[in-house]
Design a protein. Sequence first.
Length: 326
Amino acid sequence: MRPLPEGLVDVRQRLVRVMAQKWVNGTVLHYAFRGGPEPQRRAVRSAFQEWLDLGIGLRFQEVEEPGEAEVRIAFDQAGGSWSYLGRDVLGIGTQDPTMNLGWDLTDAYGRTTALHEIGHTMGLPHEHQNPFAGIVWDEQRVYEFFAGAPNNWSRETTHHNVLRKLGPDEVEGSVWDPDSVMQYAFPEGLIQEPERYRPGIEPPGGLSAKDREWVQTFYPALPDVLPALEPFRSTPLTLAPGEQADFEIVPGASRKLQIATFGDADTTLVLFEEVDGELRFLAGDDDGGEERNADVSAKLFRGRRYVVRVRLVWAGRSGDAAIMCW
């Protein structure tokens, strides 16, 4: 859980936690395979495409070199299936996988597995760890079940992936969706309460209606034309928590520019450079929970196109914020 300073108001703390692992909308996530047979790779590509077909603003692009990818996918059949959560992948060494897919992906269960792990990469947590689900576990039986194949998990891993409840300030809302692609299937005997789930939980597989609604809300389709961010001109950010504003910069001269937000607000600020028609990360800052504003600087070159994306996490007493470059 992200450490935050003492004294934050509850609503601010909750918003910072909820969005801690979420990407700025419009980010291009590059993924690369570390081995794996071609049928497995095709299944993963298909799962990425299924998320994309919802019309979201995130993009996924396959690259050959793992060192060029934020998302590195392994197929260790002894390692179970797992993924780091959202922006946590950025803290993983470039030679290490950020996702493992440990069993066959070519059937319906495998397809759901691939969608599930990509959901983690997008920032979605496990649905059964929602604190509002009210699940009471037979913990010993849970440990015994996940210690067996195909997961072969340690007690620590089982606790982290199943038994540990998320804090109320880490979830998107109070509604539990047992049909979610992020919800595990559980056999009879692992759940004690709610009583209706004592025989087990068997989600239908694939993306639920609420999965689609959530991802389209948080990563909406991007506009075709972006407003310009003009030097030395403050631009108001009239955003609600979780909303995002996007701007473009096409410098008239090559020079170092500073870009910053202003006001009593928490924001995530990211600068991209367009290279061969693709936006590549150049700089970023997240001031969530800190008593400062997001601020990045970089040398921008004449005639090139740059895109600035700023997501508002929380607006303070005035509710006002702004962005400027100089």
